[in-house]
Design a protein around this ligand. Structure first.
Ligand code: COA
Length: 260
């Protein structure tokens, strides 16, 4: 298991907990954190004992308060473009072959909100605050915010958040569909782990196909998406997990999925 300077990586049974660990800077994403995040995902992709990943932020205050603004100073357009087109942490999360849950424990702003948007499910503490405040710096979201937020909550609400830079609380985020569930801060970890463990019991093969099929909806037209769904559905029929799932149902017992 590799060690990281800006992340904590912990295995809890079948669930890996990846914590962005720069609490003094509200877990702002600097170049090192992004690179280490992508490297940690590479490690977790290969690790068959890990079936679900949970991403969170260290400390009580923040999930991630955005890109590290200190790194913006003095950067040219070309060097900034290079940073953003190097392997993206957001894309690495989005295309990760296992489910990724954002456990949002506090400020979830800018690149932090974009990181949460790249995850498959977002669960928030009642103290979490969300926003895309880039406009206040004279810039715009650049980690997928204009695209993923718009797809998730619709153009009108995405426009409002991005043009005003205003923060919203967890309940408002829930009513927009930006988060799947809100829990009291002291229950957040237990409730998130409960959900992660429930998902981790499913067939890893089926989880992977399901994630890919759902992600296709944002990228393809309906006919292409429906065709892709059938292909991915059919692929599950090549797995031993499908035989086990069907047999377990008929034998009235709990399935034991192996991921093959
Ligand atoms: N990049 C770099 N440092 C950041 C940061 C960011 N995105 N967000 C917070 N920090 C740092 C602060 O500079 C401060 O560091 P210091 O103690 O060395 O001065 C530390 O984290 C604590 O933040 P602070 O601003 O003192 O906390 P607060 O409770 O007063 O305010 C926020 C919290 C989130 C409202 C405020 O930090 C903020 O607006 N952050 C920037 C959010 C943003 O614009 N993100 C999008 C970036 S593109």
């Amino acid at each position: 298991m590799a060690s990281y300077e800006t992340l904590l990586l912990e295995r809890r049974g079948r669930v890996a907990l990846l914590t962005i660990n720069r609490p003094a800077k509200l877990n702002a994403l600097n170049i090192q954190t992004r690179a280490e995040g992508a490297a940690a995902l590479d490690e977790l992709r290969e690790d068959e004992s890990v079936r679900v990943v949970v991403i969170t932020g260290a400390g009580e205050k923040a999930f991630v308060a955005g890109a590290d603004i200190g790194e913006f100073e003095g950067r040219t357009a070309v060097s900034q473009r290079d940073v953003m087109t190097a392997r993206s942490l957001f894309t690495a999360v989005d295309t990760f072959p296992k489910p990724v849950i954002a456990m949002v424990n506090g400020f979830c702003l800018g690149g932090g909100c974009e990181l949460a948007l790249s995850c498959d499910i977002r669960v928030a503490s009642d103290r979490a605050r969300f926003g895309q405040p880039e406009i206040n710096l004279g810039i715009i979201p650049g980690g997928g915010g204009t695209q993923r937020l718009t797809r998730l909550v619709g153009e009108g609400k995405a426009m409002e958040l991005i043009l005003t830079g205003d923060m919203i609380d967890a309940q408002q985020a829930y009513s927009l569909g930006l988060v799947n569930a809100v829990f009291p801060a002291e229950e957040l970890e237990a409730k998130t782990m409960e959900m992660a463990n429930r998902i981790a019991e499913k067939s890893p093969v089926a989880l992977r196909m399901a994630k890919e099929a759902v992600k296709t909806a944002a990228r393809a037209n309906l006919d292409e998406g429906l065709r892709r769904e059938i292909d991915l559905f059919a692929l599950t029929f090549s797995s031993q997990d499908k035989d086990e799932g069907v047999r377990a149902f008929l034998e009235k017992r709990k399935p034991d999925f192996k991921g093959v």
